[in-house]
Design a protein around this ligand. Structure first.
Ligand SMILES: *Cc1c(COP(=O)(O)O)cnc(C)c1O
Length: 292
């Protein structure tokens, strides 16, 4: 990958987390805190990696978990959530309906886990930068993917924690899930009418407010790639590293594999390989053929 990019590329392999994505960092911390404060059940409305992370954290903390997912959730994701011992309720045509239902069933003794908009989530994700710091690498820039902006907020928080506020972040999205890019352009938080990208893990129709606030006080570049480039990067990464990641992660990898010109101005580019386990190899190949 360094060869392809023409400079040193570093990878933070969040795909190697027990739940297959970085989500367990923030969700794990949030679940531990909420458990400590008496929560007797965790409720999530994510049919993706956040739901898997809540299910995992619940199992490790011996707290029962309910994940409400929309009808569009893949069989693979449902199986991964159930594998962790969580109860899955399938409700509604989209995340919006599933989320409303999840909110309705939350009682006083439950904790609701938001996938990206919670300071505890950002605090947990910030540990990525603690580890980079300990590894003695000072990145010239950090590439990461943006959905609702939880990962972005965590990484920027981590950078500020270590006085690395001058390290720029390159925030990548796919076309059709580009709520961050559109918000930067419009200078306000834009709400997308719908998500039309295959990178469903980036499919937040609106970024969290904190992500927008950081965009005005931290050097953040916004880049949008095509679904095709994101899927291609997943296939290239699989061939290179024998690791399967979602297009949500492929979006970040696409800057390296696509030879993004912007990278030339930085040394030691660090890619947060955010991972994701809801998509298998066969689906990647199928998308690749469909997106020709
Ligand atoms: C959740 C997720 C993202 C996006 O993270 P946000 O915190 O919502 O910006 C990106 N990639 C993967 C694999 C994810 O699970």
């Amino acid at each position: 990958m360094s060869h392809t990019a023409g400079q040193d590329v570093w990878l933070k392999l969040e795909s190697a987390q027990p739940t297959g994505s970085f989500k367990i960092r923030g969700i794990g911390l949030a679940c531990a805190e909420k458990h400590h404060h008496g929560a007797q059940r965790f409720i999530s409305s994510s049919g993706g990696n956040a739901g898997i992370a809540v299910a995992y954290a619940g199992r490790r903390l011996s707290v029962p978990v309910i994940v409400v997912v929309p009808e569009t959730t893949t069989a693979r994701a449902i199986a991964l959530i159930r594998e962790q011992g969580a109860e899955v309720i399938i409700h509604g045509a989209s995340w919006h309906e599933a989320n409303n239902y999840a909110q309705d069933i939350v009682t006083e003794r439950d904790a609701f886990l938001h996938p990206f908009d919670d300071p505890l989530i950002w605090q947990g994700h910030a540990t990525i930068i603690d580890e980079v710091m300990q590894s003695a690498l000072r990145p010239g820039a950090i590439i990461l993917s943006v959905g609702g902006g939880g990962l972005l907020c965590g990484v920027v928080e981590g950078l500020h924690r270590h006085r690395w506020e001058d390290v720029p972040v390159i925030a990548v999205e796919t076309k059709g899930a580009d709520s961050f890019a559109q918000s930067i352009n419009a200078n306000r938080r834009v709400e997308l009418p719908a998500i039309t990208s295959v990178a469903t893990s980036l499919g937040a129709r609106q970024i969290c407010e904190q992500a927008f606030i950081w965009s005005q006080s931290h050097p953040i570049y916004s880049v949008v790639v095509s679904d095709r480039a994101a899927v291609k990067a997943c296939l290239d990464f699989e061939a290179d590293r024998q690791l399967v990641v979602e297009p949500a992660c492929g979006a970040s990898l696409a800057l390296v594999y696509g030879g993004e010109r912007m990278l030339q101005q930085f040394d030691n580019v660090l890619v947060i390989v955010c991972g994701g386990t809801t998509v298998g190899k066969d689906q990647l190949r199928k998308w690749w053929l469909e997106l020709q």
